[in-house]
Design a protein around this ligand. Structure first.
Ligand code: XLS
Ligand code: NI
Ligand code: NI
Length: 462
């Protein structure tokens, strides 16, 4: 989510506040289940590319993409920004922080998941249920909503991709959670994660995510970085231990992000996260949840972050969204760019995604305030990923990129290359080789322009 964590505080502005305290009719009465109609369709409430049962590389699109709706943006974002309050019209929401409203909203969410035909959803503890006056009241609120989530999961077959704890919105977390300078805040956060793990386990969550909300610093002058990182690692080890204790076997994920809300987030990018995991002996328990807009904030492309994580066995899941090149913050827009989705799918097909998924950590713009816009946004994102999947699969089937890479590195397949790669050469042997040879053989062209043309060619035909 972007910097406007105010979205957790502000109430939605409902011009048509629902008078019903219980949901008796559908929240989206005019919308039928979204179906695949094919690329020729001009029905804005149909899929043009996402055909859940279509086979690609031996699996259905549904199995490849594992689409996920995120609860916080879709059901809690109000459209508030630093310059003004909420704009969203959500007729089913009575605008209160009551448990009853939260339970009702949960039922609406499942109507949305089913009509959109997504197999998964994801949430933070505090998105689904309101904070109480004490930790025990807060936990009881959560249980009361989780009862509805469980019932709705069983009824609809929609599953939980991941759960997580919001340890950044409440003022107590001003200095961070696991990295707070206040031991009580660390303790509160630990209790919160314990509960969130139990709830995720109860709901059959396939993963558990840690996005380091305020785990970072605004000023290095007041920060004991070593102590904070040691605490963060202890915190993760405690989570691993407790998961073992309760039998939660889901995948733990860390979500890199370089800044927002802090100036320097500890989990700044895939490389920083993997280094942290390795340094603190956590590599066996964690993978990464890579988010597009976070990659670009870190000065990387999504494809770079995915490849970097994937090559080290650390690619777990993705938060699918996009930023805006002209804006420098986490705008969390829905991804519609076929080049982006093709690049993403090229890497995901290479390393695999399950038990991760394609989670739309994206929100409709403040000006797109009607419930209908939630459908348009997700349909666009799902179609863009389905098309990206098809294009990436076609490129892979012809080895159109791979052949050029193989050729580019072919000198390494020579006797010399093999001896270096298997570790049987040192500087002395290499010096002797080059003294004898005198000069390098010629280089090969990088063929960047050809490769860009090849990707365009597959865009045209897939
Ligand atoms: C914020 C993150 C957040 C995580 C879940 O920028 O993207 O939404 O995905 O805490
Ligand atoms: Ni984000
Ligand atoms: Ni995210």
């Amino acid at each position: 989510m972007a910097s406007d964590t105010k979205q957790y505080d502000d109430q939605p502005l409902n011009e048509k506040v629902c008078e019903m305290s219980k949901l008796v009719t559908a929240a989206f009465p005019d919308i039928e289940k979204i179906c695949y109609e094919g690329p020729q369709s001009d029905n804005p409430l149909a899929f043009r590319w996402y055909d859940p049962e279509e086979m690609v590389e031996g699996k259905t699109m549904k199995e490849h993409l594992r689409f996920t709706v995120c609860y916080w943006h879709t059901f809690r974002a109000t459209g508030a920004d630093p310059f003004g309050g909420g704009t969203m019209i959500r007729p089913w929401d009575d605008g209160t922080e009551s448990v009853e409203n939260a339970r009702n909203r949960a039922r609406v969410a499942f109507e949305f998941f089913e009509k959109l035909d997504v197999p998964f959803y994801a949430f933070h503890d505090r998105d689904v249920a309101p904070e109480g006056k004490s930790l025990s009241e807060t936990n009881a609120n959560l249980d009361a909503v989780v009862d509805v989530l469980e019932e709705e999961q069983n009824r609809s077959g929609v599953k939980l991709l991941w759960g997580t704890a919001n340890m950044f919105s409440h003022p107590r977390f001003m200095h961070g959670a696991a990295t707070s300078c206040n031991v009580d805040v660390f303790t509160y956060a630990a209790a919160q994660v314990k509960k969130a793990l139990e709830v995720t386990h109860r709901l059959g969550g396939e993963n558990y995510v840690f996005w380091g909300g305020r785990e970072g610093y605004q000023s290095i002058y007041n920060t004991d970085m070593k102590r904070e990182l040691d605490h963060l690692a202890q915190f993760f080890h405690m989570a691993v231990d407790y998961a073992n204790e309760i039998g939660f076997t889901g995948q733990f994920l860390i979500e890199p992000k370089p800044k927002e809300p802090t100036k320097h987030q500890y989990d700044s990018d895939a490389a920083a996260c993997l280094n942290f995991l390795r340094a603190y002996d956590l590599m066996d328990h964690f993978k990464l949840n890579i988010e597009t807009n976070h990659a670009t904030l870190a000065g990387h492309s999504m494809m770079h972050e995915l490849e970097y994580a994937g090559m080290q066995g650390g690619l777990g899941s993705i938060d699918a969204n996009t930023g805006d090149l002209l804006l420098g913050w986490d705008t969390d827009q829905f991804p519609t760019d076929y080049y982006l989705t093709t690049q993403t799918m090229l890497v995901l097909l290479k390393y695999g995604l399950a038990p991760g998924g394609v989670n739309f950590d994206a929100k409709v713009r403040r000006e797109s305030f009607e419930p209908l816009d939630l459908f348009y946004a997700h349909i666009g994102g799902m179609d863009a990923f389905a098309r990206g999947l098809k294009i990436a699969a076609a490129i892979r089937a012809d080895q159109a990129i791979e052949n050029l890479i193989t050729d580019r590195y072919s000198s390494w397949d020579s006797a010399l290359g093999q001896r270096i790669e298997n570790g049987s050469m040192g500087l002395k042997e290499l010096e002797a080789t080059m003294l004898k040879q005198g000069e390098c053989s010629g280089n090969k062209s990088g063929r960047q322009e050809l490769l860009e043309n090849i990707v365009n060619r597959y865009m045209d035909k897939a």
